[in-house]
Design a protein around this ligand. Structure first.
Ligand code: ADP
Ligand code: ZN
Ligand code: ZN
Length: 745
C-alpha cells in the first residue's frame, strides 16, 4: 500500500555512484508517495529518481534542499516489498542504493517520458462465433479451428495467439470477416479472464492444465511437500535429467494458480525463454504467461513488467533480472537449473538472482523451489544440513528411458584424428547408418583454435590482454574473446616470417571440417554463440534437429541445456580435462554439471544413449562418479575437499577487484585496502593481493584481494566497517568493485 506523504522531506534514490539517498522537499500541493518515480534537479540536470522514504526533517542545510520538480503519476508506486528487497541487495552487495534501484526497472520507467500504455489488441468470439458447432467446420482449416478453440475458453491477445502458428494473422482476418471473432482493446476492458458462468464449469477456478501425467511416487512426494508449505521454505529439487522436474513445476504452478497466485520461474539463459514460454502456454492455455529478459525490446519489457505489476500475468518466466519484478500476488518461486552461473551478475550490482530469490521468498513468506540435476554445492550442503528441504527424484519419469552408459577413451592410448578418436568416429558412423543423431560437445575453454608458428612457436597473443586470440574461419579473423580486438590472420609469422602458421586446439568450426571430410554426405550442424546469436536461427536449428534433418551436432555448452532431442543417442565429449586441474576451485563442480547435463541429452526417449569422454585421465574420480551417475558421491568428495581447504560453502567470501592502466596504482590501492582490512582486526581472513585469473584485459592490469569469513554475518559486519576505509583510499583512476559470494576469480 503506498503511504500518502504527510511529511515534507522525500529521500530519493538516484542513479549516481554514491551510497546515499538525496533529500528534496515536497510541495504541499504535490501528491507524492513512497515508491513513486519523481523528477528532481541534480546539479544542472533534471533526473529521474524513486522516493524511498518520507521523513519530517533533513540533516541537510534547509536552504540547500531543493523541491521535487514533478511527480510521475503514470504508473503505480513501487511496492514496499520491492523497495525492501532492493534495500537489502544494496546493503548485502555493498552497492549504491540508487544504482541498485533504478537499473532494476525497465528502461522506459527510468526516463521521464510518460508511459503510454499502447492498446493491446485482443480477440474474442462474437455471439455468432460462440454459437458455432466447431465439429461441423472443415477439418483442413486447422489454424482457424485452433484459434476458435482457444477463444472458446477466453479472449486472447494477438501476441498469445501468435504462438499458435505463423499464419495466425491471416486466419484471424478471415475469422473476423466471417463475423465469428471480434477485435477489442484489453486496456479499455481489463476483464480478460471472465469467470466461468454459473452452471457451466463447477466452482473451481478453471485453469486448464493440459496433458498432465500421473505423477510418479517421487514426483508426488515433491509436489505434496511444497504445496503443504504454509510459509517460507526453501526446497532443493534434486532430480536427474529426465526425472520430470518440469512436470513437478507444472503441478506446483497449477496449485498456486488455483489460489489466484502468481508464479515466478527463473531460468538461466535467454535463448531458452521463448521455447519455455511456448511449453508453459501449451500446458496452461487459459493462463496469462509473460516473460522478462534482456532480449526483449524496451517496449515489450515495459509491457510485460506492467502485466506482472498489475497482476494480469500469472506465470512470469524470466532470467535473473526478473527477480526484481513487481509481483503483487506472488505465491511461489521456482529457480530452474539453480546451479547455473548465469544467475550471478558479473558487473554493476553483482547479485545472485538465486540468492535474492530466496530472500524474496522469505520476505514474502512463500515457498521457493530450487531445481537441478547437479545442484550447486552451496545448495546441496544447505539441503543436507537441513536449512533447505531436500526432494529427490532418482528415477527417470518415463520408465523405459534408461540412463546413458558413460565410457572414457584414453586419448594417449588410442588413435586420434585431429582431436577426435577413431573409436568415437566409428560410433558416429554407426549412428549415421541407423538414422540416429550424435552430438560432439566441446568445452570452449582452452580449446578454441589459436594460431601458432611451427618455426618459432609464436602464438596469436592479444595485444591488449593476457589471453590469446582465437581463429574464426568463417570470416577469416583472429579475435580476442575478452576485449573484442580483432585482426586479419597474418600470412607469415610476425616474428620469424615463416609461413608455417597453423591453428592449434580445435574449435567448433575446425571439428566441423574434420567431420565433413570423414563423412562427406553427413548433415552437420554447428551450434555455438556465433551461430545462435540470432534467436530465429536457433529456433530453425531446433526444428531441423527435431525433424531429424541433422546427423551430427557440434557445439559448446549451449547445446547442453534443456533440449530434448529424441533421435540423439550418442554424445562425444572432446576435451574436458583442463577443468580438472584449474586454479578455480569450482571448475570440477562446473565440469560435472556440464557433463551430466550433456549426457542427459543422450537417449532421453526410448533409445538407450551412450556418452564417450575423451580424456587423458580415465580413472579420475570425477569421471568415475559420472559413469556411476553418482552425484551424491561426487558432491561428498568435493565438499570434504572444500571443508579442508576452507572454501565455500563452509566459508563465505568477498573479493575486492581493481583494474587500471598502471600496474603500480592497482597494487598500491589493493595493498592499502589490505592494510586497512588487517587493522580492523575482525575475525576474517585477508588473502592476497594477487593477479586475477586473466591478469591483463583490454590493456588493463587486474588484481584482487580475497576476504574469507566463517559466517555471512561476520563477513557483512567486516565489510560495513571496511567500506569507510575503501571510500577513503584514492582510486579515481581505477575500476574497483566488491564482489560478494563471487563465482569468478
Ligand atoms: P527434467 O526436467 O527433470 O529433465 P522433464 O520434466 O523434461 O525432466 O521430463 C522428462 C520426460 O518425462 C518428459 O518427456 C516428460 O513429459 C516425461 N514425464 C514427466 N513426468 C512424467 C510422468 N509422471 N509420467 C510419464 N512421463 C513423464
Ligand atoms: Zn615464427
Ligand atoms: Zn584482448
Amino acid at each position: 500500500m503506498p503511504l500518502p506523504l504527510t511529511m515534507s522531506i522525500a529521500r530519493i534514490a538516484l542513479d549516481i555512484p554514491l551510497a546515499t539517498l538525496f533529500d528534496y522537499t515536497v510541495d504541499a500541493a504535490m501528491d507524492v508517495a513512497v515508491g513513486q518515480r519523481v523528477i528532481v534537479p541534480f546539479g544542472t540536470r533534471q533526473m529521474l529518481g524513486v522516493v524511498m522514504e518520507c521523513v519530517a526533517s533533513s540533516d541537510m542545510d534547509a536552504a540547500k534542499i531543493k523541491p521535487i520538480t514533478r511527480a510521475l503519476q503514470d504508473c503505480a508506486p513501487l511496492s514496499h516489498e520491492l523497495l525492501r528487497l532492493l534495500n537489502f541487495c544494496s546493503e548485502y552487495y555493498r552497492y549504491p542504493i540508487g544504482q541498485t534501484v533504478l537499473p532494476a526497472l525497465p528502461t522506459r520507467l527510468r526516463s521521464d517520458e510518460p508511459i503510454v500504455v499502447k492498446s493491446i489488441v485482443s480477440y474474442r468470439l462474437s455471439a455468432q462465433g460462440a454459437a458455432l458447432d466447431l465439429s461441423a467446420l472443415p477439418k483442413n482449416k486447422k489454424v482457424q479451428l485452433r484459434i476458435l478453440n482457444l477463444l472458446l475458453v477466453r479472449a486472447h491477445s494477438k501476441a498469445e495467439l501468435k504462438a499458435v502458428a505463423t499464419t495466425v494473422s491471416a486466419a484471424l482476418k478471415l475469422l473476423v470477416s466471417e463475423g465469428w471473432v471480434e477485435e477489442f482493446d484489453v486496456t479499455q476492458n481489463p476483464h480478460l479472464n471472465p469467470l466461468p458462468q454459473a452452471g457451466e464449469e463447477a466452482n473451481e477456478k478453471c485453469h486448464l492444465f493440459n496433458g498432465a501425467h500421473t505423477l510418479t511416487v517421487e514426483q508426488q512426494v515433491a509436489v505434496d511437500a511444497v504445496t503443504s508449505a504454509q510459509n517460507f521454505q526453501c526446497f532443493l529439487l534434486h532430480g536427474i535429467t529426465g526425472s520430470g522436474k518440469t512436470e513437478v513445476y507444472v503441478h506446483l504452478m497449477h496449485h498456486a494458480l488455483q489460489r489466484d497466485g502468481q508464479v515466478l520461474l527463473l531460468v538461466p539463459e535467454i535463448n531458452l525463454t521463448p521455447q519455455l514460454e511456448d511449453y508453459f502456454r501449451s500446458r496452461f492455455p487459459d493462463v496469462d504467461i509473460t516473460s522478462l529478459h534482456s532480449g526483449l525490446s524496451e517496449r515489450a519489457r515495459l509491457e510485460n513488467w506492467l502485466d506482472a505489476q498489475q497482476g494480469r500475468a500469472k506465470i512470469i518466466l524470466g532470467t535473473r533480472l526478473s527477480v526484481f519484478a513487481e509481483l503483487p500476488k506472488l505465491a511461489l518461486i521456482i529457480v530452474d537449473e539453480e546451479h547455473d552461473a548465469s544467475f550471478k551478475q558479473q558487473d554493476g550490482l553483482r547479485y545472485s538472482a538465486r540468492d535474492v530469490a530466496i530472500f524474496r521468498a522469505s520476505q514474502r513468506g512463500v515457498p521457493i523451489v530450487l531445481g537441478s540435476a547437479t545442484p550447486s554445492l552451496e545448495s546441496f550442503h544447505n539441503a543436507q544440513t537441513g536449512r533447505y528441504k531436500m526432494l529427490t527424484l532418482q528415477q527417470r519419469a518415463n520408465a523405459s528411458a534408461r540412463l546413458p552408459t558413460v565410457r572414457c577413451i584414453h586419448t594417449k592410448q588410442n588413435l586420434m584424428k585431429d582431436g577426435i578418436s577413431e573409436i568415437l568416429l566409428r560410433e558416429i558412423e554407426l549412428r549415421i547408418t541407423r538414422g540416429e543423431q550424435s552430438l560432439l560437445f566441446i568445452n570452449r575453454r582452452g580449446y578454441a583454435p589459436v594460431l601458432m608458428c611451427g618455426g618459432c612457436g609464436w602464438l596469436s597473443d592479444c595485444k591488449n590482454c593476457a589471453g590469446k586470440m582465437v581463429l574464426h574461419l568463417q570470416d577469416q579473423r583472429l579475435r580476442c574473446h575478452h576485449c573484442g580486438y580483432q585482426i586479419r590472420p597474418p600470412k607469415v609469422c610476425p616474428d620469424c616470417a615463416s609461413n608455417d602458421l597453423h591453428p592449434i586446439g580445435s574449435g567448433t568450426q575446425r571439428i566441423e571440417e574434420v567431420l565433413q571430410e570423414r563423412f562427406p554426405t553427413a548433415r552437420i550442424l554447428r551450434v555455438d554463440r556465433d551461430s545462435t546469436r540470432n534467436k530465429r536461427a536457433w529456433q530453425t536449428m531446433r526444428e531441423q534437429i527435431h525433424a531429424n534433418e541433422v546427423d551430427i551436432l557440434v557445439g559448446t555448452q549451449m547445446l547442453a541445456k534443456g533440449h530434448d532431442f529424441p533421435a540423439l543417442t550418442l554424445v562425444g565429449v572432446l576435451n574436458p580435462d583442463s577443468a580438472l586441474y584449474s586454479s578455480d576451485f569450482r571448475a570440477s563442480e562446473k565440469l560435472y554439471a556440464q557433463l551430466a547435463q550433456v549426457s542427459g541429452r543422450a537417449g532421453r526417449a526410448d533409445k538407450a544413449g551412450e556418452v564417450i569422454i575423451q580424456t587423458e585421465f580415465p580413472d579420475h574420480p570425477l569421471y568415475r562418479a559420472l559413469q556411476r551417475h553418482d552425484f551424491n558421491g561426487f558432491a561428498a568428495e568435493q565438499l570434504a575437499e572444500r571443508d579442508m581447504a576452507g572454501f565455500p560453502p563452509f566459508h563465505f567470501q568477498a573479493i575486492l577487484r581493481a583494474e587500471g592502466k598502471v600496474e603500480g596504482e592497482v597494487y598500491a590501492y589493493l595493498n592499502q585496502a589490505r592494510t586497512a582490512a588487517m587493522a580492523l582486526a575482525h575475525p576474517v581472513e585477508v588473502l592476497g593481493v594477487v593477479p586475477a585469473a586473466l591478469a591483463r584485459r583490454a590493456n588493463h592490469v587486474r588484481a584482487h584481494l580475497l576476504i574469507q569469513a566463517s559466517s555471512r554475518r561476520a563477513l557483512q559486519t567486516f565489510l560495513r566497517d571496511w567500506q569507510f576505509d575503501l571510500d577513503a583510499i584514492p582510486h579515481h583512476k581505477l575500476r574497483c568493485a566488491l564482489d560478494i559470494d563471487p563465482l569468478e576469480f
